[in-house]
Design a protein around this ligand. Structure first.
Ligand SMILES: Cc1cc2nc3c(=O)[nH]c(=O)nc-3n(C[C@H](O)[C@H](O)[C@H](O)COP(=O)(O)OP(=O)(O)OC[C@H]3O[C@@H](n4cnc5c(N)ncnc54)[C@H](O)[C@@H]3O)c2cc1C
Length: 398
């Protein structure tokens, strides 16, 4: 039975969902002097259904926030090479140093998410776990009052505020993955053959995450048998090395969901991360975009706290998000459909690559973040601010 509970009205913003998008947003808002409550129905430090390859934009964000050193200190191995295999081609790509990033990283979510949450706490955010948000409160004009929905693909906040879908994908691939020990690999590996894709993501504790992606029918309930079949179809080379490594006891399986871009803001609410923008995991880009959009949204909210017009600030957040997302969204939707041929895949991968390069340039061009504020921003005296003022949500103890 849900408990109807009002959050402490002394907060400026409540962020719902304490993983990549929500913890990063809470960190940036609290760092700027806003009073932030971050809630999650789950538990601190737990794993989630996700592999964890970060692309350059994501690493750039962590570096800018001073958190990359913690990822490295946790023993996350640097990735300095990505190998693409498609048709009969093998294309190794060296990760060149640029924008202060000289390697990519793929921290387990049990490493990345707590680092972001700890940063939010260190910046002054209050964090509460075991709180499942079931609804948002509205003021007497019907406006939601100060909620950021970072609550993932099936966002309750998006549903309760009625955030419309602005783009919906046409494809849903399934993916099954697990962690191998002793696998010979020298970086990210991405393999694409018609009807079958697979890859390797080196991660913490000397393990390598290996995944296989195909239609939901081919993956079925997932596990070692379909993974081995799909890896063999997409790369004989990886299949050979897998056979010599120690397989996992259990694998995890995502049964697939089409991508979406939702409207990401309204009076008193905003969406960030998968809640607003989800695309197939084959993009290996959801985390990078979650960190990107946390930065873009937080910058917008901070300008509102400093007196900018809320509509302008949040509309600008969405415009930038969409401009940086749609090319990648469209390319990955085709790739996830597993309807391409050996002849078509190189140009689809080039489209992905171009979209990621544009994103890195846009992130690198952002002005440096302001230094942490040791002064509270005064927001309560600005009644016109819909996003940033006392708020409440309806919750249940999870
Ligand atoms: C199989 C798979 C593999 C992937 N691999 C990669 C990859 O290699 N690289 C990459 O960049 N991305 C990858 N992704 C995508 C990535 O996992 C997501 O983009 C990322 O997790 C989004 O972060 P988020 O913070 O928006 O949402 P989430 O990580 O989903 O976090 C949402 C949080 O909200 C909480 N929550 C939900 N509802 C409520 C509620 N009502 N009340 C309170 N709390 C709530 C949840 O408990 C959860 O902690 C993959 C995804 C999948 C499914």
């Amino acid at each position: 039975m849900p408990i109807h509970r009002h959050a402490d009205p002394s907060y400026d913003v409540v962020v719902v969902g304490a993983r990549a998008a929500g913890a990063a947003t809470a960190h940036l808002l609290a760092r700027s002097g806003l009073r932030v409550l971050l809630v999650d129905r789950g538990r601190y430090g737990t794993d989630t259904l996700s592999t964890h390859a970060l692309m350059r934009g994501g690493v750039l964000q962590l570096s800018r926030w001073g958190l990359l050193e913690k990822i490295i200190a946790a023993g996350t191995p640097p990735v300095r090479r990505a190998t693409f295999r498609y048709a009969e081609a093998v294309v190794p790509v060296t990760i060149k140093p640029s924008h202060g990033v000289d390697a990519l990283y793929a921290p387990r979510r049990t490493v990345l998410d707590p680092i972001l949450i700890d940063a939010a706490v260190a910046s002054g955010a209050d964090v509460r776990f075991g709180i499942a948000v079931t609804d948002v409160d509205r003021d007497r004009h019907g406006a939601v009052t100060g909620v950021v929905g970072a609550d993932g693909i099936r966002s309750t906040i998006a549903e309760r505020v009625g955030a419309p879908f602005e783009r919906v994908g046409t494809s849903a691939a399934a993916i099954t993955y697990g962690y191998w020990s002793g696998l010979e690999t020298d970086g990210y590996e991405w393999n694409f053959r018609p009807g079958a894709a697979s890859g390797v993501v080196p991660t913490n504790d000397g393990q390598a995450c290996v995944y296989a992606s195909a239609s939901p029918r081919r993956i079925g309930r997932g596990g070692l048998a379909p993974l081995t079949r799909i890896v063999a179809q997409s790369s004989a080379d990886l299949a050979g090395r897998l056979a010599a490594a120690v397989p996992p006891r259990a694998l995890r399986t995502f049964t697939g969901q089409p991508g979406h871009l939702r409207r990401s803001w309204g009076r008193g609410w905003a969406l960030v991360g998968d809640a607003g923008y989800f695309k197939d995991p084959l993009s290996a880009h959801g985390l990078t975009d979650a960190l990107r959009d946390a930065e873009l949204l937080a910058r917008g909210i901070i300008t509102v706290a400093d007196g900018a017009d809320e509509r302008d600030a949040l509309a600008s957040f969405q415009a930038t998000r969409d401009a940086l997302s749609t090319a990648l969204f469209d390319a990955i939707d085709v790739i996830a459909g597993h309807r391409w041929t050996d002849e078509a895949i190189p140009s689809l991968l080039l489209q992905l690559n171009a979209a990621m390069a544009d994103e890195v340039e846009a992130l690198a061009a952002l002005p440096p973040p302001p230094p942490p504020s040791d002064q509270r921003r005064s927001t309560r005296s600005s009644p016109e601010m819909q996003l940033i003022h006392s708020m409440s949500v309806h919750c249940a103890r999870a």
